[in-house]
Design a protein around this ligand. Structure first.
Ligand SMILES: N[C@@H](CCC(=O)N[C@@H](CS)C(=O)NCC(=O)O)C(=O)O
Length: 279
């Protein structure tokens, strides 16, 4: 029976279910339905998914949500290669790692509103340790890399751009993992497969690269702007508002606000009589 996966092109949670669908070769079996999150159609909430979030999957007359549940559901209820390894120890580790992704994401997103340089270390250390666990090439158990990489890639861009924080410093396995994945995607663009470039040791085959590449719609520059607007914008008032409006301060404002030490000038936004500043 045909199924529909409701996603948004910018949502990383939807992206991991979308990658799972592509990886299993279910493009014909599970139709993609993009939802515009900024302008959600009323029927989505009223008739389909009262949570009004993406992703959700419509299958056999049922609607299921939550991306982690959906990954497991799609993996076990549809045909195609399994995402989870068969070996029991590896399978247990894979399930732990998939579940850990939510802690990882939450910690990093929350840190964007505080001080990431102090807060994100432990979660990237956890990934570094996980990469040491099985000697499976530079990947987390092969295809599971695909379910982690899009988050790590987004965070890497934002943390280095805004906080000058290098997630790979002191984490050699993580550095290698990112390098190999980047290299794999790049070689693919240039018309080579990773096995041609590096011998057949990478475990990143063309169908895996494709499964991921088909979901890659976010431009890194747009991503940085989107995260800045979402996480770094603060309301300013009182003397600071006066100084900003009179253009008496720029860079120092942000330092005084105590958020980031590195940005230069910012933009002022007026909304409902309030004033907001974003770097
Ligand atoms: N825990 C959920 C998170 C899904 C989620 O937060 N989706 C966002 C887009 S990235 C959303 O639909 N937000 C709309 C809203 O919260 O109203 C999952 O893993 O599926």
């Amino acid at each position: 029976m045909a199924a529909a996966l409701y996603i948004s092109y910018t949502c990383p949670f939807a992206q991991r279910v979308w990658i799972t669908r592509n990886y299993k070769g279910l493009q014909e079996k599970i139709e993609l339905v993009p939802i515009n999150l900024q302008n959600r159609p009323a029927w989505y909430k009223e008739k389909l998914y009262p949570e009004n979030k993406v992703p959700s999957l419509e299958h056999n007359g049922k609607i299921i949500g939550e991306s982690l549940d959906l990954i497991k559901y799609v993996d076990s209820n549809f045909e195609g290669p399994s995402l989870l390894p068969n070996d029991p120890a590896k399978r247990e580790f894979a399930e732990e790692l998939i579940a850990y992704t939510d802690t990882f994401i939450k910690t990093v997103f929350t840190s964007f509103k505080g001080d990431p340089v102090k807060e994100v270390g432990p979660v990237f250390d956890h990934l570094e340790k996980a990469l040491h666990k099985f000697d499976d090439g530079p990947f987390f158990l092969g295809q599971l890399s695909l379910l982690m990489f899009h988050f790590v890639e987004r965070f890497q861009i934002f943390l280095s751009e805004v906080w000058k924080y290098d997630i790979t410093a002191g984490r050699p396995k993580l550095a290698k993992w990112i390098e190999w994945l980047d290299h794999g995607f790049q070689s693919h663009h240039e018309g080579y497969s990773l096995s041609e470039v590096n011998g057949n040791q990478s475990g990143l085959e063309i169908n895996k690269i494709d499964a991921y590449e088909q979901t890659k719609k976010t431009d890194p520059k747009e991503l940085v702007e989107f995260y800045k607007a979402r996480f770094l914008t603060v309301e300013v008032y009182g003397e600071m508002r006066f100084a900003l409006e009179a253009k008496l301060v720029n860079q120092s404002v942000w330092n005084v606000l105590g958020k980031v030490q590195v940005c230069s000038t910012g933009d002022l936004h007026y909304r409902k009589g309030k004033i907001y500043f974003s770097p």
